[in-house]
Design a protein around this ligand. Structure first.
Ligand code: GEK
Ligand code: PPY
Length: 244
């Protein structure tokens, strides 16, 4: 259904539009994200693991910027807590429509509500697990503090936020090395230099990475007491923040 190969940037494009999560991207998304994000499959599987551990009875688990619902499905298959429900949100209509088909083809029991909306418009309540898996990076940095604070407020004590992001590094030589290693990863996965260069241009001012220190500080400022990285490969990292 969704395993077409990503060749969106394979030929030279006269006009390189800014990257958008439109139908063309939806059609190739599972292939695109696996060949582009080092550790993606591992992170998805571990989100299932973390949800099993942290999901509480009578609570909600949120997947914000769910795309086709990979993290939602991983959680759905692992949550054992009674009366727990999943809320998966994305503001791309094309993504949510395809995610509905993905969810309908899955028979696990935990109820899933799919919401097509800007995640900033969604109330976060009675949450035990909130996932932002490579989503915050697409949101205006000026909005990020407010989003993380709202999530903190909506979590129950002992609840967690899992935040995965493409990150930047303050040390320029290290930053350049990580970018190069990421591009090598993409090349090894079959992307040409032209594909890598064109997508990089399309992502400029759309995907805005911040240093890990900024993410840590934002999470601490919001009130999270325990904040640390649990996964990192090159410039892709995932943090877990726990509400005391
Ligand atoms: N303001 C917003 N509100 C809601 N959704 C948004 C917003 N901004 C962007 N999105 C959505 O966030 C998703 C980011 S992809 C997440 C992968 C997924 N988490 C996965 O685990 O497979 C990451 C990537 O492609 O690198 C897209 O589906 C956007 O439509
Ligand atoms: O492809 C890249 O360079 C990325 O940084 C990751 C990515 C993956 C899927 C959509 C947008 C960005």
């Amino acid at each position: 259904m969704t395993d077409q190969r990503d060749n969106i940037y394979a030929s030279p494009l006269a006009e390189l539009a800014s990257f958008r999560f439109d139908q063309q991207v939806v059609n190739v998304f599972p292939d695109m994200i696996k060949r582009s994000v080092p550790g993606y499959t591992t992170i998805i599987s571990m989100i299932g693991d973390l949800a099993e551990r942290y999901a509480r009875a009578d609570s909600r688990c949120y997947d914000l910027g769910c795309s086709l619902g990979a993290a939602t499905l991983a959680m759905r298959h692992r949550i054992r807590a009674a009366n727990c429900r999943l809320i998966a949100v994305d503001n791309s209509k094309a993504m949510i429509e395809r995610a509905r088909q993905v969810m309908a083809a899955d028979s696990a029991e935990v109820p899933v509500e799919l919401v097509c909306s800007d995640l900033q418009q969604v109330a976060i309540e009675q949450a035990s697990v909130v996932v932002l898996n490579f989503t915050l990076q697409f949101i205006d940095p000026a909005q990020r503090d407010q989003i993380v604070s709202k999530i903190y407020q909506g979590l129950v004590p002992g609840g967690v936020l899992i935040l995965s992001e493409k990150v930047a590094f303050k040390d320029q030589p290290h930053h350049d090395l990580m970018i190069e290693l990421h591009h090598n990863f993409k090349r090894t996965n079959g992307y040409s230099d032209m594909e890598i260069a064109q997508k990089r241009t399309a992502l400029e001012n759309v995907l805005i990475p911040e240093p890990l220190e900024h993410h840590r500080q934002r999470l601490k400022n919001a009130g999270f007491t325990s904040v640390d990285v649990w996964f990192q490969c090159f410039n892709f990292a995932s943090l877990i923040a726990i509400k005391a």
